[in-house]
Design a protein around this ligand. Structure first.
Ligand code: ADP
Ligand code: ADP
Length: 229
Protein backbone atom coordinates (compact mmCIF):
# COMPACT_ATOMS: atom_id res chain seq x y z
CA UNK A 1 0.00 0.00 0.00
CA UNK A 2 1.00 3.58 -0.55
CA UNK A 3 1.91 3.70 -4.24
CA UNK A 4 2.08 7.34 -5.34
CA UNK A 5 1.88 8.38 -8.99
CA UNK A 6 2.12 11.86 -10.44
CA UNK A 7 1.03 11.88 -14.08
CA UNK A 8 1.85 15.01 -16.06
CA UNK A 9 0.93 17.28 -13.17
CA UNK A 10 0.65 20.97 -13.94
CA UNK A 11 -0.09 23.67 -11.42
CA UNK A 12 0.23 27.39 -10.75
CA UNK A 13 -1.05 29.57 -7.92
CA UNK A 14 -1.87 32.25 -10.44
CA UNK A 15 -3.30 31.41 -13.87
CA UNK A 16 -0.41 32.90 -15.85
CA UNK A 17 2.45 31.60 -13.67
CA UNK A 18 3.09 27.86 -13.75
CA UNK A 19 4.85 26.47 -10.68
CA UNK A 20 4.89 22.80 -11.74
CA UNK A 21 5.25 21.84 -15.41
CA UNK A 22 4.39 18.29 -16.47
CA UNK A 23 5.75 16.55 -13.37
CA UNK A 24 5.58 12.73 -13.56
CA UNK A 25 6.95 10.07 -11.23
CA UNK A 26 5.94 6.82 -9.60
CA UNK A 27 6.87 5.76 -6.08
CA UNK A 28 6.06 2.06 -5.66
CA UNK A 29 4.38 0.98 -2.41
CA UNK A 30 7.04 0.83 0.29
CA UNK A 31 9.52 2.86 -1.76
CA UNK A 32 11.28 6.07 -0.88
CA UNK A 33 11.43 9.09 -3.14
CA UNK A 34 13.52 12.12 -2.37
CA UNK A 35 12.63 15.42 -3.99
CA UNK A 36 15.50 17.87 -3.98
CA UNK A 37 16.00 21.25 -5.55
CA UNK A 38 16.65 24.89 -4.77
CA UNK A 39 14.26 27.06 -2.85
CA UNK A 40 11.29 28.03 -5.01
CA UNK A 41 11.60 24.95 -7.25
CA UNK A 42 8.13 23.76 -6.29
CA UNK A 43 8.91 21.04 -3.72
CA UNK A 44 6.42 22.13 -1.05
CA UNK A 45 3.80 22.77 -3.70
CA UNK A 46 4.18 19.18 -4.82
CA UNK A 47 3.44 17.89 -1.32
CA UNK A 48 0.50 20.26 -0.89
CA UNK A 49 -1.00 18.96 -4.14
CA UNK A 50 -0.74 15.39 -2.92
CA UNK A 51 -2.76 16.50 0.07
CA UNK A 52 -5.21 18.30 -2.28
CA UNK A 53 -4.74 21.76 -0.83
CA UNK A 54 -5.27 23.01 -4.38
CA UNK A 55 -6.78 21.70 -7.61
CA UNK A 56 -4.48 20.66 -10.43
CA UNK A 57 -4.47 22.50 -13.73
CA UNK A 58 -3.52 19.35 -15.57
CA UNK A 59 -2.66 15.73 -15.01
CA UNK A 60 -3.54 13.37 -12.19
CA UNK A 61 -2.22 12.30 -8.81
CA UNK A 62 -2.99 8.73 -7.76
CA UNK A 63 -2.52 6.98 -4.43
CA UNK A 64 -2.87 3.22 -4.79
CA UNK A 65 -4.53 3.80 -8.13
CA UNK A 66 -7.11 6.21 -6.72
CA UNK A 67 -7.34 9.71 -8.09
CA UNK A 68 -6.67 12.09 -5.20
CA UNK A 69 -9.22 14.51 -6.70
CA UNK A 70 -11.96 11.92 -6.20
CA UNK A 71 -11.42 10.64 -2.67
CA UNK A 72 -12.83 12.15 0.50
CA UNK A 73 -10.78 14.60 2.56
CA UNK A 74 -11.03 12.11 5.46
CA UNK A 75 -9.51 9.23 3.57
CA UNK A 76 -6.73 11.52 2.32
CA UNK A 77 -5.97 12.53 5.89
CA UNK A 78 -5.72 8.88 6.84
CA UNK A 79 -3.59 8.03 3.82
CA UNK A 80 -0.99 10.76 4.22
CA UNK A 81 1.06 11.89 7.20
CA UNK A 82 3.09 15.06 6.82
CA UNK A 83 5.95 16.09 9.09
CA UNK A 84 6.68 19.79 8.59
CA UNK A 85 9.95 21.61 9.14
CA UNK A 86 8.87 23.44 12.28
CA UNK A 87 7.11 21.59 15.01
CA UNK A 88 5.53 23.32 17.96
CA UNK A 89 5.15 20.98 20.90
CA UNK A 90 2.59 21.27 23.67
CA UNK A 91 3.80 22.03 27.18
CA UNK A 92 2.99 18.51 28.24
CA UNK A 93 4.62 15.10 28.31
CA UNK A 94 6.41 13.53 25.38
CA UNK A 95 3.72 10.82 25.43
CA UNK A 96 0.95 13.40 25.12
CA UNK A 97 2.76 15.08 22.26
CA UNK A 98 3.14 11.80 20.41
CA UNK A 99 -0.41 10.66 21.04
CA UNK A 100 -1.99 14.02 20.27
CA UNK A 101 -4.88 13.56 17.88
CA UNK A 102 -5.49 9.95 18.91
CA UNK A 103 -8.75 10.08 20.74
CA UNK A 104 -9.02 8.19 23.99
CA UNK A 105 -5.43 7.05 23.96
CA UNK A 106 -3.77 7.16 27.35
CA UNK A 107 -0.01 6.92 27.97
CA UNK A 108 -0.07 3.11 28.11
CA UNK A 109 -1.94 2.73 24.83
CA UNK A 110 0.36 5.20 23.17
CA UNK A 111 3.43 3.48 24.48
CA UNK A 112 2.08 0.11 23.31
CA UNK A 113 1.10 1.44 19.89
CA UNK A 114 4.44 3.19 19.59
CA UNK A 115 6.26 -0.07 20.16
CA UNK A 116 4.06 -1.78 17.59
CA UNK A 117 4.91 0.89 15.06
CA UNK A 118 8.62 0.59 15.88
CA UNK A 119 8.73 4.30 16.64
CA UNK A 120 10.37 3.53 19.95
CA UNK A 121 13.53 3.99 17.85
CA UNK A 122 12.77 7.68 17.72
CA UNK A 123 12.00 7.95 21.41
CA UNK A 124 15.08 6.09 22.54
CA UNK A 125 17.26 8.97 21.35
CA UNK A 126 15.41 11.37 23.63
CA UNK A 127 16.81 12.25 27.07
CA UNK A 128 13.82 10.83 28.98
CA UNK A 129 10.87 8.59 28.33
CA UNK A 130 7.22 9.16 27.54
CA UNK A 131 6.49 10.78 30.89
CA UNK A 132 9.02 13.59 30.63
CA UNK A 133 7.51 17.06 30.45
CA UNK A 134 8.63 19.26 27.60
CA UNK A 135 8.30 22.99 27.03
CA UNK A 136 8.37 25.91 29.42
CA UNK A 137 8.41 23.93 32.66
CA UNK A 138 10.06 20.82 31.32
CA UNK A 139 12.88 19.66 29.11
CA UNK A 140 14.23 22.01 26.49
CA UNK A 141 14.40 19.75 23.48
CA UNK A 142 16.80 20.43 20.66
CA UNK A 143 15.51 20.86 17.13
CA UNK A 144 16.44 17.26 16.31
CA UNK A 145 14.67 15.95 19.40
CA UNK A 146 11.54 17.92 18.56
CA UNK A 147 11.53 16.47 15.06
CA UNK A 148 11.87 12.97 16.49
CA UNK A 149 8.72 13.61 18.52
CA UNK A 150 6.97 15.01 15.44
CA UNK A 151 7.94 12.00 13.30
CA UNK A 152 6.86 9.60 16.05
CA UNK A 153 3.50 11.40 16.25
CA UNK A 154 2.99 11.01 12.51
CA UNK A 155 4.16 7.37 12.41
CA UNK A 156 1.71 6.52 15.18
CA UNK A 157 -1.12 7.40 12.77
CA UNK A 158 0.39 4.68 10.57
CA UNK A 159 -0.24 6.43 7.25
CA UNK A 160 0.52 4.51 4.03
CA UNK A 161 2.26 7.63 2.72
CA UNK A 162 4.67 9.63 4.84
CA UNK A 163 5.89 13.04 3.68
CA UNK A 164 8.81 14.76 5.35
CA UNK A 165 8.60 18.31 4.04
CA UNK A 166 12.07 19.65 4.85
CA UNK A 167 11.48 18.03 8.24
CA UNK A 168 15.18 17.67 8.92
CA UNK A 169 16.59 20.41 6.66
CA UNK A 170 17.06 22.93 9.47
CA UNK A 171 19.17 20.51 11.53
CA UNK A 172 22.91 20.05 11.38
CA UNK A 173 23.81 17.40 8.84
CA UNK A 174 24.88 14.78 11.40
CA UNK A 175 21.54 14.99 13.19
CA UNK A 176 19.75 15.02 9.85
CA UNK A 177 21.58 11.89 8.73
CA UNK A 178 20.90 10.14 12.05
CA UNK A 179 17.18 10.83 11.80
CA UNK A 180 17.07 9.72 8.16
CA UNK A 181 18.79 6.47 9.16
CA UNK A 182 16.26 5.78 11.93
CA UNK A 183 13.52 6.55 9.47
CA UNK A 184 14.95 4.13 6.93
CA UNK A 185 14.82 1.42 9.60
CA UNK A 186 11.16 1.98 10.52
CA UNK A 187 9.74 3.09 7.20
CA UNK A 188 9.53 -0.20 5.36
CA UNK A 189 5.77 -0.66 5.67
CA UNK A 190 5.00 2.63 4.03
CA UNK A 191 5.91 4.88 1.14
CA UNK A 192 8.07 7.83 2.04
CA UNK A 193 8.54 11.09 0.22
CA UNK A 194 11.41 13.12 1.59
CA UNK A 195 11.68 16.74 0.54
CA UNK A 196 15.10 18.23 1.08
CA UNK A 197 17.48 20.77 -0.37
CA UNK A 198 20.64 18.80 0.34
CA UNK A 199 21.50 15.67 -1.61
CA UNK A 200 24.04 14.56 1.00
CA UNK A 201 21.72 13.09 3.63
CA UNK A 202 19.35 11.13 1.43
CA UNK A 203 21.56 8.29 0.27
CA UNK A 204 18.87 5.79 1.34
CA UNK A 205 16.22 6.95 -1.13
CA UNK A 206 15.46 4.42 -3.89
CA UNK A 207 14.84 7.25 -6.29
CA UNK A 208 15.65 10.94 -6.37
CA UNK A 209 14.12 13.63 -8.52
CA UNK A 210 15.70 17.03 -8.85
CA UNK A 211 13.17 19.78 -9.36
CA UNK A 212 14.29 22.97 -10.99
CA UNK A 213 11.84 25.81 -11.64
CA UNK A 214 8.93 23.37 -11.54
CA UNK A 215 10.40 20.78 -13.91
CA UNK A 216 11.99 17.42 -13.26
CA UNK A 217 15.56 18.29 -14.23
CA UNK A 218 17.11 14.94 -13.28
CA UNK A 219 16.11 11.59 -11.86
CA UNK A 220 17.97 8.56 -10.62
CA UNK A 221 19.59 7.01 -7.60
CA UNK A 222 21.99 8.90 -5.37
CA UNK A 223 24.95 7.20 -7.06
CA UNK A 224 23.64 7.99 -10.53
CA UNK A 225 23.13 11.65 -9.73
CA UNK A 226 26.57 11.97 -8.17
CA UNK A 227 28.18 10.26 -11.16
CA UNK A 228 26.68 12.90 -13.46
CA UNK A 229 28.08 15.88 -11.50
P1 ADP B 1 2.76 8.06 -19.77
O1 ADP B 1 1.65 7.16 -19.32
O2 ADP B 1 2.30 9.23 -20.57
O3 ADP B 1 3.94 7.35 -20.35
P2 ADP B 1 3.97 8.22 -17.17
O4 ADP B 1 3.26 8.81 -16.02
O5 ADP B 1 4.13 6.75 -17.19
O6 ADP B 1 3.28 8.78 -18.48
O7 ADP B 1 5.40 8.88 -17.25
C1 ADP B 1 5.59 10.17 -17.77
C2 ADP B 1 7.07 10.36 -18.00
O8 ADP B 1 7.78 10.29 -16.77
C3 ADP B 1 7.63 9.29 -18.89
O9 ADP B 1 8.65 9.84 -19.64
C4 ADP B 1 8.16 8.28 -17.90
O10 ADP B 1 9.20 7.51 -18.45
C5 ADP B 1 8.67 9.18 -16.82
N1 ADP B 1 8.60 8.50 -15.52
C6 ADP B 1 7.51 8.29 -14.75
N2 ADP B 1 7.83 7.66 -13.63
C7 ADP B 1 9.16 7.44 -13.69
C8 ADP B 1 10.10 6.83 -12.83
N3 ADP B 1 9.74 6.29 -11.67
N4 ADP B 1 11.38 6.79 -13.20
C9 ADP B 1 11.76 7.33 -14.36
N5 ADP B 1 10.93 7.91 -15.22
C10 ADP B 1 9.64 7.99 -14.89
P1 ADP C 1 10.13 25.02 -2.66
O1 ADP C 1 9.36 24.20 -1.68
O2 ADP C 1 10.90 24.21 -3.65
O3 ADP C 1 10.98 26.06 -2.01
P2 ADP C 1 7.54 26.16 -3.27
O4 ADP C 1 6.71 25.01 -3.70
O5 ADP C 1 7.39 26.67 -1.89
O6 ADP C 1 9.06 25.82 -3.55
O7 ADP C 1 7.33 27.39 -4.25
C1 ADP C 1 7.34 27.26 -5.66
C2 ADP C 1 6.91 28.58 -6.27
O8 ADP C 1 5.57 28.87 -5.94
C3 ADP C 1 7.73 29.77 -5.80
O9 ADP C 1 7.88 30.64 -6.91
C4 ADP C 1 6.84 30.40 -4.77
O10 ADP C 1 7.08 31.78 -4.68
C5 ADP C 1 5.46 30.12 -5.28
N1 ADP C 1 4.48 29.96 -4.19
C6 ADP C 1 4.57 29.10 -3.15
N2 ADP C 1 3.50 29.18 -2.36
C7 ADP C 1 2.68 30.13 -2.93
C8 ADP C 1 1.40 30.68 -2.59
N3 ADP C 1 0.73 30.25 -1.53
N4 ADP C 1 0.89 31.62 -3.41
C9 ADP C 1 1.56 32.04 -4.50
N5 ADP C 1 2.76 31.58 -4.88
C10 ADP C 1 3.31 30.63 -4.10
Amino acid sequence: RGEVRFEHVRFGYEPDRQVLHDVSFTVPAGGTLAVVGPSGAGKSTLSRLLYRFYDLQGGRILIDGQDVARVTQDSLRRAIGIVPQDTVLFNDTIGFNIGYGREGAGPEEIEAAAKGAAIDEFIRALPDGYDAMVGERGLKLSGGEKQRVAIARTLLKDPPVLILDEATSALDSRTEAAIQRTLGAVAESRTSIVIAHRLSTIVDADQIIVLDAGRVAERGTHAELLARR
